[in-house]
Design a protein. Structure first.
Length: 97
Protein backbone atom coordinates (compact mmCIF):
# COMPACT_ATOMS: atom_id res chain seq x y z
CA UNK A 1 0.00 0.00 0.00
CA UNK A 2 1.44 3.37 -0.94
CA UNK A 3 2.32 5.86 1.76
CA UNK A 4 -0.26 8.40 0.59
CA UNK A 5 -3.01 5.77 0.61
CA UNK A 6 -1.91 4.59 4.06
CA UNK A 7 -1.90 8.17 5.33
CA UNK A 8 -5.37 8.76 3.86
CA UNK A 9 -6.73 5.60 5.49
CA UNK A 10 -5.15 6.48 8.86
CA UNK A 11 -6.82 9.89 8.71
CA UNK A 12 -10.17 8.27 7.92
CA UNK A 13 -9.84 5.83 10.83
CA UNK A 14 -8.97 8.74 13.14
CA UNK A 15 -11.80 10.92 11.83
CA UNK A 16 -14.43 8.19 12.05
CA UNK A 17 -13.21 7.17 15.53
CA UNK A 18 -13.44 10.79 16.65
CA UNK A 19 -16.95 11.09 15.18
CA UNK A 20 -17.98 7.97 17.08
CA UNK A 21 -16.64 9.43 20.33
CA UNK A 22 -18.52 12.68 19.72
CA UNK A 23 -21.67 10.57 19.45
CA UNK A 24 -20.91 8.99 22.82
CA UNK A 25 -19.53 5.70 21.51
CA UNK A 26 -16.36 4.22 22.91
CA UNK A 27 -13.94 2.92 20.28
CA UNK A 28 -11.71 0.07 21.44
CA UNK A 29 -8.87 -1.54 19.56
CA UNK A 30 -8.49 -5.09 20.85
CA UNK A 31 -6.74 -8.25 19.78
CA UNK A 32 -9.67 -10.52 18.99
CA UNK A 33 -9.31 -14.25 19.45
CA UNK A 34 -9.24 -16.43 16.39
CA UNK A 35 -10.11 -20.10 16.19
CA UNK A 36 -10.50 -22.55 13.36
CA UNK A 37 -13.73 -21.80 11.53
CA UNK A 38 -14.34 -18.57 13.43
CA UNK A 39 -13.10 -15.11 12.60
CA UNK A 40 -14.27 -12.07 14.51
CA UNK A 41 -13.76 -8.73 12.80
CA UNK A 42 -15.29 -6.37 15.35
CA UNK A 43 -18.15 -3.93 15.07
CA UNK A 44 -20.74 -2.14 17.15
CA UNK A 45 -22.06 -3.69 20.34
CA UNK A 46 -23.67 -2.78 23.64
CA UNK A 47 -22.22 -3.69 27.01
CA UNK A 48 -24.86 -3.02 29.65
CA UNK A 49 -25.91 0.55 28.77
CA UNK A 50 -22.63 1.45 27.12
CA UNK A 51 -22.27 1.49 23.32
CA UNK A 52 -18.94 0.35 21.90
CA UNK A 53 -17.24 -0.11 18.58
CA UNK A 54 -14.64 -2.83 18.79
CA UNK A 55 -11.89 -2.94 16.16
CA UNK A 56 -9.58 -5.89 15.77
CA UNK A 57 -6.23 -4.15 15.97
CA UNK A 58 -4.76 -6.72 13.59
CA UNK A 59 -7.18 -5.83 10.78
CA UNK A 60 -5.97 -3.76 7.88
CA UNK A 61 -6.88 -0.09 7.65
CA UNK A 62 -9.51 -0.57 4.91
CA UNK A 63 -11.38 -3.07 7.10
CA UNK A 64 -11.19 -0.75 10.12
CA UNK A 65 -12.65 2.08 8.03
CA UNK A 66 -15.47 -0.23 6.88
CA UNK A 67 -16.32 -1.29 10.45
CA UNK A 68 -16.37 2.30 11.71
CA UNK A 69 -18.48 3.54 8.78
CA UNK A 70 -20.93 0.65 9.23
CA UNK A 71 -21.31 1.39 12.94
CA UNK A 72 -21.85 5.12 12.34
CA UNK A 73 -24.66 4.44 9.84
CA UNK A 74 -26.85 3.40 12.75
CA UNK A 75 -26.70 6.91 14.26
CA UNK A 76 -28.03 10.35 13.39
CA UNK A 77 -25.11 12.23 11.87
CA UNK A 78 -27.00 15.33 10.74
CA UNK A 79 -25.35 17.75 13.17
CA UNK A 80 -21.93 16.12 12.94
CA UNK A 81 -19.28 17.45 10.58
CA UNK A 82 -17.52 14.80 8.52
CA UNK A 83 -15.09 15.41 5.68
CA UNK A 84 -16.55 14.74 2.23
CA UNK A 85 -14.58 11.47 1.96
CA UNK A 86 -15.82 10.21 5.34
CA UNK A 87 -19.39 11.32 4.60
CA UNK A 88 -19.35 9.42 1.28
CA UNK A 89 -18.20 6.24 3.04
CA UNK A 90 -20.91 6.44 5.68
CA UNK A 91 -23.63 7.42 3.21
CA UNK A 92 -22.63 4.74 0.67
CA UNK A 93 -23.87 1.91 2.89
CA UNK A 94 -27.03 3.79 3.84
CA UNK A 95 -28.19 3.83 0.24
CA UNK A 96 -28.01 0.04 -0.12
CA UNK A 97 -29.83 -0.69 3.17
Amino acid sequence: MSESKTTRLLRLVDELSDAARRLGLEVRREKLLREVGYRARGGACRLRNHELIILDRELGLPEQVDILAEALREHDLQGLYLSPAARRLVDAGSESG
